[in-house]
Design a protein around this ligand. Structure first.
Ligand SMILES: Nc1nc2c(c(=O)[nH]1)N[C@H]1C(S)=C(S)[C@@H](COP(=O)(O)OP(=O)(O)OC[C@H]3O[C@@H](n4cnc5c(=O)[nH]c(N)nc54)[C@H](O)[C@@H]3O)O[C@H]1N2
Ligand SMILES: Nc1nc2c(c(=O)[nH]1)N[C@H]1C(S)=C(S)[C@@H](COP(=O)(O)OP(=O)(O)OC[C@H]3O[C@@H](n4cnc5c(=O)[nH]c(N)nc54)[C@H](O)[C@@H]3O)O[C@H]1N2
Ligand code: SF4
Ligand SMILES: [Mo]
Length: 692
């Protein structure tokens, strides 16, 4: 018997990007565990990925190419050979490409975060073809943009320092579910005497374990930050030296926040005046005492109309109190901007050779699949290639997405591990390898290590890595360029730009051996200013925002679906609904892993006792959640965890595993955020009633 230990990296869309050790016995993966030596993983994997072996060898794994034999959506397929599948794909795509390649659309996101199995070979193919471009905006671009205007890039406090902070604000995040290894640091800070405050409309697993929970209404974070700034300025809890040297626009900011009294702020957020004042004082006074105050700002607050502005406002706070002076102070949104990843080499946008295809926003896939050709839109979408994504379950306004994928004149190819909701609409299904079966290089959006993933086992059945599938499709379509011959290792060796001082130690072969290697980054990135903004300062006033047609100063933009913006709608649909991630799923991944689904149980809706009583809804009763876009059912959990006026449906369920074949995205909308063209999943009003 041969037994080896293989170094891998977690591929999932999670900030932790854990270092993994896989035990392989006679070619079979038998055990998976966290690397005890990797400083952030520290030997621990989350419950989900601890089940990765169960997922990999799952009896439902797709192991051969399939051709649809039933109606779209029915999920009836027959196995076919690779040659037959590739011939059919080339035969269907070639005439479309000859008319207008923009009628072909890639649809992908972060099923794997790998730089190689993600967009490398795939985009080389789509760029060569001249296909429509996809705006990959389903998650982080609102906050990314707001943060960039203010701080200059996705750079912030290193997660490895948070245990040294004295006050930690966990703002719009639920790290126990979605950022576990950060939570470990927070617990250590708590043991050392730090105060933890969660700012979240929902009493999440994390909010429950913090010293304080401020349950504001969804979409009001920008107002809370304005109110905090008002108090900090009014009570002179400010680092004047830092403000003078390293910020831009303080006088204008002061004028702007003057109106945001604690009273107005509290009324806007639906919280108490004392909560606003106390939060600002905790933050300002801890900083004035010389201790580190740190903010972990996450995605929860971004999925509303003013999501970009909300993150921008929160990102102004550290500079006001000089929190950046400490390694453990400041704010972290994402660490992704610290990595000099070399997209140009991997994705080769130069292959467009002067062509400028249109861009389709992945959040409006529902409307766009149903759109006819027009001068403004361009050609009707005639073919979609889906990989690393499950649009039928995860995209907003799902009934339109489903109708789009039902179109008989649409040719759909899906590369997948399992028969997801999206696979059911495919004409051709191609079996993809999992992280245990292919090579990849990774950055992280939570820590600062470059990561390598070695293949632990051979591909199961006839599955192939995404890269190989796109190489084969490209050749079948007549692309002969040598760049399609590059191996996965050759691609990985171009993942980071060694010319950049942060990645000077990058060498693919040695990274494969070590598994991980930390970037060269200063401990307190903005202790002496040096923000990567146009002015080099933290920009309270942003000329770039003005140039982009936005308010150059921090502001509050109420939700599209709120009493303030649409009173009539709010009368008809009085409850705000959010659908944040369930702990045991990763977006819609793992929903089909029996042991994890068993823990989550079934689709549920948390509703406050007052709202439940007003509707005659008892605990554990089935309820119908609806608005003008659609409806779905769930089992009610009557609980004050959901504040009054709010309902919470933890997500993202596979539609076909729910009793009504639907999920929370029936009621979410395709409207986009104030900046970053991002989705507004949590800007949703609904009504709830007992299901008959
Ligand atoms: N277990 C698990 N982990 C995951 C994922 C998963 O599906 N499951 N998904 C991954 C992905 S892709 C992402 S983007 C991240 C997301 O993870 P997070 O950044 O943690 O964001 P969310 O889970 O969307 O929301 C976190 C919290 O924000 C709250 N929230 C909702 N609306 C608002 C608001 O308007 N203001 C404030 N202050 N809070 C609000 C929610 O109630 C929730 O408790 O997690 C990643 N990690
Ligand atoms: N209602 C609601 N909707 C949401 C959200 C929410 O909070 N609420 N969150 C949104 C967010 S933040 C995000 S990021 C999106 C996530 O949306 P997606 O990125 O679509 O995420 P998943 O649903 O996990 O689907 C990823 C798919 O990729 C497949 N996959 C994994 N690895 C590979 C591979 O190597 N090759 C191939 N071919 N396939 C692979 C997996 O099997 C899985 O089915 O959902 C968004 N939708
Ligand atoms: S999903 Fe996140 S916490 Fe779980 S193993 Fe992967 S990176 Fe680590
Ligand atoms: Mo996400």
């Amino acid at each position: 018997m041969t037994k080896t230990l293989v170094r891998a990296a977690c591929p999932h869309d999670c900030p932790d990007t854990c270092a993994i050790l896989v035990t392989v016995e006679d070619g079979v993966a038998t055990e998976i565990k966290g690397d005890p030596e990797h400083p952030t993983t520290a030997g621990v994997l989350c419950t989900k990925v601890s089940r990765y072996i169960e997922r990999t060898y799952h009896p439902d794994r797709l192991l051969t190419p399939l051709r649809r034999v039933g109606k779209k959506g029915e999920g009836k397929f027959a196995p076919i050979g690779w040659d037959e599948a590739l011939d059919e794909i080339a035969a269907r795509l070639s005439p479309i490409a000859a008319r207008d390649p923009q009628a072909i659309l890639p649809y992908s996101y972060c099923g794997t975060m790998g730089l190689v199995q993600g967009e490398a070979m795939a985009m080389r193919f789509f760029h060569s073809l001249g296909a429509s471009l996809l705006d990959r905006t389903v998650c982080a671009t609102a906050g990314f943009t707001g943060y960039k205007y203010t701080i200059g890039g996705s750079i912030g406090t290193d997660m490895e320092t948070f245990q040294d902070a004295k006050l930690i604000l966990i703002w719009g995040g639920n790290p126990i579910a979605s950022n576990l290894h950060f939570w470990t640091r927070v617990q250590e800070a708590k043991r050392r005497g730090a105060k933890l405050i969660a700012i979240d409309p929902y009493r999440s697993l994390t909010a429950e374990k913090c010293h304080q929970h401020i349950a504001l209404m969804p979409g009001t974070d920008a107002a809370l930050a304005l109110g905090m700034m008002h108090v900090l300025i009014a009570e002179d809890l400010l680092d004047h030296a830092y403000i003078d040297a390293h910020t831009l626009g303080f006088a204008a900011l002061k004028e702007r926040v003057a109106a945001w009294t604690p009273e107005l702020t509290a009324a806007t957020c639906g919280i108490g005046v004392d909560e606003v004042v106390q939060l600002a004082r905790d933050y300002g006074r801890t900083a004035m005492a010389g201790d580190a105050v740190a903010i972990r700002v996450n995605y929860g607050m971004q999925r509303v109309r003013g999501g970009g502005m909300a993150v921008r406002n929160v990102a102004c706070l550290p500079a006001l109190v000089g929190a950046w002076r400490h390694a453990a102070g400041g704010i972290q949104l994402s660490s992704s901007g610290s990595f000099p990843s070399n997209k140009a080499a991997l994705q080769r946008a130069d292959l467009l050779a002067g062509r400028t295809p249109r861009t389709i926003n992945m959040n409006t896939i529902g409307d766009d699949l149903l759109r006819e050709a027009s001068p403004a839109f361009g050609p009707k979408i005639e073919a979609v290639i889906v990989y690393n994504a499950n649009p039928v379950a995860i995209a907003p306004d799902s009934s339109k997405v489903q109708r789009g994928f039902e179109r008989d004149d649409l040719f759909t190819v899906v590369l997948e591990h399992f028969r997801t909701d999206s696979v059911d609409y495919a004409d051709i299904v191609l079996p993809a390898t999992t992280q245990l079966e292919h090579v990849d290089a990774h950055l992280s959006y939570g820590h600062l290590y470059m990561m390598a993933n070695n293949a632990a086992i051979a591909p199961l059945g006839q599955s192939k890595p995404n890269t190989e599938i796109f190489r084969l499709i490209a050749r079948r379509m007549g692309f002969t360029d040598a760049l399609f011959d590059e191996s996965d290792d050759q691609l990985a060796s171009q993942a980071f730009n060694k010319q950049d001082a942060r990645a000077v130690h990058f060498d693919w072969e040695s990274l494969k051996r070590s598994g991980w290697s930390k970037l060269n980054m200063p401990a307190a990135p903005f202790a002496a200013g040096g923000f990567p903004t146009p002015s080099g300062k933290c920009e309270f006033y942003s000329a770039s925002m003005l140039a982009d047609g936005l308010d150059p100063l921090p502001d509050y933009i109420p939700n599209y679906e709120s009493v303030a913006s649409s009173p009539e709608l709010a009368q008809k649909y009085p409850l705000a609904m959010i659908s944040p991630p369930a702990r045991n799923f990763l977006n819609s991944t793992f929903v089909n892993v029996q042991s994890l689904r068993a823990t989550e149980g079934e689709p549920r809706l948390d509703i406050h006792p007052i709202d439940a009583a007003a509707r005659g809804i008892a605990d554990k009763e089935m309820v119908r959640i609806f608005n003008d876009r659609g409806a779905f059912v769930a089992r009610a959990r009557v609980t004050p965890k959901a504040r009054a006026g709010l309902v919470v449906g933890l997500s993202i369920w596979w539609k076909k595993l729910a009793s009504d074949g639907k999920n929370a995205n029936e009621v979410t909308s395709q409207r986009l955020t104030d900046m970053g063209r991002a989705p507004t999943f949590y800007d949703t009003l609904v009504q709830v009633e007992r299901a008959s």
